[in-house]
Design a binder for this molecule. Structure first.
Ligand SMILES: *Cc1c(COP(=O)(O)O)cnc(C)c1O
Length: 383
């Protein structure tokens, strides 16, 4: 492709003069962010108690349609807690995709469990229901509602698909398989706030969905995350485990199990409330940017990874698939050299030293995507 034309196009898109740097995804604070953060300082409520935490949870529940939302310190903690709450125990297996950010696999390891890697679909870049069914029927056996990986004898304790770059995975099909095989579904929706399958927000199809509000995500709280939970008893337990399992009392310290300090501070939630007020406008801006890119790449005959029909992507990070690893490498070198930030998709989890020995199925689609996919500047435009 014509890389110089791409660089010029991106500079035009972001009104960036030659010589200035165009980031992959920069946060914008054009609303009440400063006001709410200053309010925390003025009232001294900067830590894990404060009105903004509750307000942020309510705003997330209203936007996503989740019955219950529990704000958490970051997306990785949220995933760890979600797996714990789903009953994942040391020594068990958790099925996930090899093409994801490392936090998905790390959270599984934090439970003392191990990831088992199953391929993704090429179009969604998320867990493939066809590959998942093949794994569960050929590599596992299900007896008395318990699904066990045959070769290792380990229980398959949960399934964790991820909505890559905000593009919804085939979650209805995955959810149906989870029900059929009696395995809890935890959705890593860290990248997909504002992404829907039909009218249903991502993260609501299983027992728990997790979000991230890291600095590079669609909205940011500095660092932050959340659990989306349907069941009220599970939500109560999530809050309990995220607050050191302290039994509420006016002054006594009594904790009824080993638990975590995973709550989101009020300062971060304040930032989150202001960002949530602007989420619809940020999503609209990201959609315009994505459509503009799609026209540009259609003319260049480059494959742009677009949302499937019937789904809505937040277009968190726009992605294109180049023709080979060599073309990918040339593109990354030339664009970054020109001050337009681009990044390759992640190195597959199956190639990282700590997960290289894990159970895995064949992953041709993940390998194909790993060689070709790059992300291009995707920040929302202000105003
Ligand atoms: C960002 C991200 C996380 C982790 O979120 P943090 O808030 O950075 O801990 C987990 N999974 C995926 C897929 C992510 O992109």
């Amino acid at each position: 492709m014509d890389i110089q034309a791409f660089v010029t196009f991106v500079r035009g898109l972001y009104d960036a003069a030659p010589g200035t740097f165009v980031p992959l995804h920069a946060p914008t604070f054009a609303g009440n962010e400063k006001k709410y953060v200053v309010d925390c300082i003025d009232t001294t409520y900067v830590s894990s108690v404060g009105a903004y935490v509750t307000r942020f949870e309510e705003m997330l529940a209203a936007f996503t349609g989740a019955n219950h939302v529990v704000a958490i310190g970051n997306g990785t903690m949220a995933l760890h807690l979600a797996l714990k709450l789903s009953g994942v125990e040391p020594g068990e297996l958790v099925v996930t995709q090899p093409l994801t950010f490392v936090a998905t696999a790390n959270a599984i390891a934090y439970c003392g469990a191990e990831p088992a890697f199953v391929d993704v679909d090429r179009d969604t870049m998320g867990l493939s229901p066809v590959a998942l069914r093949a794994f569960l029927t050929r590599e596992c056996k299900t007896e008395k509602g318990r699904c066990t990986h045959t070769a290792s004898g380990r229980r398959v304790a949960a399934i964790v698909p991820m909505h890559t770059f905000g593009l919804p995975a085939r979650i209805d099909e995955i959810s149906a398989l989870c029900t059929e095989f009696g395995i809890p579904l935890v959705e890593d929706a860290a990248e997909s706030l504002g992404s829907f399958v039909g009218k249903k927000h991502t993260g609501l199809s299983g027992c728990i969905g997790t979000l991230s509000f890291n600095g590079n995500k669609t909205i940011t709280t500095g660092g932050g995350g959340a659990l989306l939970i349907g069941d009220p008893a599970l939500a109560k337990r999530a809050k309990h485990l995220s607050t050191t399992a302290k039994v509420p009392h006016k002054w006594e310290f009594f904790h009824d199990e080993v638990a975590y300090n995973y709550r989101l501070p009020n300062l971060n939630a304040a930032l989150g409330c202001a960002q949530m007020e602007r989420l619809p406008e940020m999503l609209a801006s990201k959609r315009v940017i994505s459509e503009t890119y799609q026209q540009f790449f259609a003319a260049q005959k480059i494959s742009f990874v677009a949302e499937r029909s019937g789904t809505t992507s937040n277009y968190w990070l726009n992605a294109i698939a180049l023709s080979s690893r060599a073309e990918r490498d040339a593109f990354l070198a030339a664009t970054n050299e020109a001050g337009v930030m681009t990044r390759p998709i992640w190195t597959l989890m199956t190639k990282l030293p700590m997960f290289a020995h894990c159970v895995r199925a064949a992953t041709p689609n993940a390998e194909w995507l790993e060689d070709r996919v790059v992300n291009i500047p995707s920040s929302p435009r202000e105003g």
